[in-house]
Design a protein around this ligand. Structure first.
Ligand code: HEC
Ligand code: HEC
Length: 262
């Protein structure tokens, strides 16, 4: 090959391989470090969609793609819950400082992405009289039971009666898995993805007040069973005090000593 042929051959090779030497990875072949990802859609899909639903709706946990929710919640609370998790619920903490995978920049990318994708311009709750996101009053459970009867029972069933068409929200296991903020968020912002009304829609023409929501929450949490997940109330101590150990008859044995109490 003379120099001209060599040049022609190598430019042909470069043309065929798109200016890359064969075998050398291209920029977009390199897998990014997980901590360098700041795309909201990638982070959301990877870490959140499993519980909060694809596109922030239809999941088991809070409807994040709800403009009323986005208007209600402040950035600080979002950072706190995403970073450190929500005590008393199944929401895990995702910040590295809480043992999770996300850097502070990634937590911010999630907060800003949620606002941009699912919020609306301006504050859509301004002037609507929505109760505040965080409770500040002390709950009165007795009044809360009345709020439940007036605002919730028509869809969820009266306390102690058959569940209503929208399912039983006084179920002991459900109440054990959710906390006060979840009830508050659900009742104020609603869950348009599953048909839960916002604070204005429970009793048409009578929006719930801050006190109503706080009292209702206190009453619902007071309905938590002492021993969640157990089909029968069981008042017997789990362990016998030392020195009083007795042989345990099998559950439901003929002598009846371990029969469940009705
Ligand atoms: C293992 C399931 C799970 C995963 C994964 C998860 N969450 Fe949650 N999240 C929950 C639960 C449960 C709650 C409590 C509220 C409820 O029960 O709906 C919650 C609550 C929240 C809240 C507070 C809701 C409120 O009441 O204001 C935010 C915000 C939130 N999650 C965002 C996220 C984001 C962003 C991600 C991804 C980084 C994520 N979650 C991943 C289960 C999860
Ligand atoms: C107009 C009917 C209606 C009223 C009134 C109503 N709900 Fe619901 N609620 C629903 C429906 C529908 C669902 C979704 C049920 C399902 O997915 O199975 C729901 C779901 C819920 C959930 C579960 C949310 C979740 O994240 O899974 C809670 C908690 C709840 N409601 C509490 C309340 C409380 C408390 C009140 C009273 C302030 C109330 N609801 C009033 C219709 C209603």
């Amino acid at each position: 090959m003379n120099p001209f042929q060599r040049l022609a051959a190598s430019s042909l090779l470069l043309a065929l391989t798109g200016c890359h030497l064969p075998g050398r990875p291209k920029a977009d072949d390199v897998v990014p470090r997980p901590t360098s990802i700041t795309s909201f859609s990638v982070l959301y899909k990877q870490y959140c969609a499993g519980c909060h639903g694809a596109n922030g709706q239809g999941g088991a946990a809070t409807n994040l793609a709800n403009p009323e929710y986005e208007a209600l919640v402040d950035d600080g609370s979002l950072r706190e819950y995403i970073g450190n998790g929500e005590h008393g619920s199944l929401m895990p903490g995702f910040a590295q400082s809480a043992g999770g995978p996300l850097t502070p920049v990634q937590v911010d990318a999630l907060v800003h992405g949620m606002r941009a994708e699912w919020g609306r311009q301006g504050n859509i709750l301004a002037g609507q009289g929505a109760p505040p996101y965080k409770a500040t009053l002390v709950g009165n459970p007795q009044h809360g039971g009345q709020v439940y009867a007036g605002a919730c029972a028509r869809c969820h069933g009266a306390a102690g009666a058959q569940p209503g068409p929208a399912g039983n929200v006084l179920d002991g296991s459900l109440l054990t898995l959710i906390n006060a903020q979840t009830i508050r968020t659900t009742v104020i912002a609603g869950r348009p993805d599953i048909g839960q009304p916002d604070w204005r829609g429970d009793i048409p023409g009578h929006p719930l007040t801050d006190a109503d929501v706080t009292d209702l929450t206190a009453w619902m949490l007071a309905q938590r069973p002492a021993n969640p997940g157990q089909p029968y109330p069981n008042n017997q101590p789990m362990t016998q005090p030392a020195g009083e150990a007795q042989p345990q008859a099998p559950f439901g044995a003929a002598n009846g000593t371990r029969r469940p109490q009705q």
